[in-house]
Design a protein around this ligand. Structure first.
Ligand code: 8OZ
Length: 369
């Protein structure tokens, strides 16, 4: 139900994601930027400024935030498991709320997409099965192949779910409006989902019903912390990111999303197509996936202004998440509203570094001045 679509496309109108009221349907996608404080992975003043600049978004989803040191896969990504990290995040949620926006923390465990140099005691990363991913990470010295993981014992799984719970409690203490679980891009939750990375023969592997068990247990556990109306999950059904592969993604994700609907969570956030690449990378029926879910559907990947407006008008999604465009345009919502020109993202400064390519992209008024 759009209002006058020429003057005020529905993209720019308020919406409710479960219990989270948002001022417009434009979402800042989670974006790894590797600029947490070196040494303690706590958010800092530069990170506060970056998020504050982007608080025109109806909702900000933070960059992936590891729930424990074991959950970390890249150098200088922020965590949600120490008091310094919680204090750092509190300054960010305060700044974003002061500008009238909402912010959820993306809770992340990378599983096998890590390197021994980032792991506690230099140990092997953990995974559903001891199968190494064909992907790279970056550590202090630069890009590196990910390390061989070891298989999680059955009796270790509750403690990992416990790390998500503690991180959700920490996010609540830091003033977040909710959490998004990182269930996409071949990280731990996604590793459990897929039959290529999960070859377990216990209750967490084998059938689709078993492979979705870990995701659903994490969803249920963090829902007890925030309330189900403040929990969402990001999924990427066909993305090959980080060597994610499954023999039947449509069946897998239809089953998962049906269960997420039963769980009553606020939103699913779906990377349509291949991450950072083609939206039609492999055939997948997103419309049918969306119908299986009672809550809100946030669509992501390669959206332009035109496609976003059209997708909301045609009820193809409830909200649209923009990634790269939010890197380069702190005032993206204002620019889209006015159909103003957009700054171009500079790939060389995406990961790591200082304010260059981070907080120095101009807003419209500065660009005009
Ligand atoms: C880019 C670089 C490192 C990590 C993802 C968290 O793809 C990431 C990520 C993206 O979801």
């Amino acid at each position: 139900m759009s209002q006058s679509s020429t003057t005020s496309p529905a993209l720019f109108t308020p919406f409710r994601l479960g219990e989270i009221e948002i001022a417009n349907r434009i979402v800042m996608a989670p974006l790894t930027r590797n600029r947490a404080t070196h040494g303690n992975d706590a958010p800092n003043a530069l990170n506060v400024e970056y998020y504050r600049q982007r608080a025109g978004a109806g909702l900000i989803i933070t960059e992936g935030t590891q729930v424990s040191q074991q959950g970390q896969g890249y150098v200088w990504t922020p965590g949600m498991y120490t008091s310094e990290q919680i204090a750092g995040w509190k300054a960010i949620t305060d700044a974003v709320h002061a500008k009238g926006s909402k912010i959820v923390a993306q809770l992340w465990h990378v599983g096998r997409v890590s390197h021994v140099s980032l792991q506690p005691g230099g140990q092997a990363p953990v995974a559903p099965s001891a199968r190494v991913a064909n992907t790279k990470t970056y550590i202090e010295s630069g890009f590196a192949a990910v390390s061989e993981p070891r298989e999680l014992a059955l009796d270790e799984i509750p403690a990992i779910i416990g790390e998500f719970v503690t991180a959700a409690e920490n996010a609540k203490a830091a003033g977040f409006d909710g959490v998004e679980l990182h269930g996409a891009h071949g990280y731990l939750i996604d590793q459990f989902l897929r039959d290529d990375s999960n070859t377990r023969s216990d209750a967490y592997g084998g059938s689709i019903e078993n492979r979705v068990r870990f995701a659903l247990e994490v969803v249920e556990a963090v829902s007890k912390v925030f309330g189900k109306g403040r929990v969402g999950i990001r999924i990427s059904p066909v993305s090959p990111a980080n060597d994610a592969r499954d023999s039947d993604p449509q069946a897998l994700f239809m089953h998962l999303v049906g269960k997420l609907s039963d769980a009553g969570i606020a939103f699913i956030h779906v990377v349509e197509g291949a991450t950072r690449e083609a939206r039609d990378y492999l055939p997948f029926d997103y419309a049918t996936l969306r119908k299986a879910f009672n809550g809100a559907y946030i669509a992501n990947n390669g959206f332009t202004r035109e496609l976003a407006i059209e997708t909301i008008e045609n009820d193809g999604a409830d909200a649209i998440a923009f990634g790269r465009l939010f890197i380069a345009n702190p005032d993206l919502v204002e620019r889209l509203r006015r159909n103003a020109p957009l700054n171009t993202p500079v790939v060389e400064t995406f990961y790591g570094g200082d304010e260059k390519g981070y907080t120095d992209y101009p807003a419209l008024t500065e660009a005009a001045a």
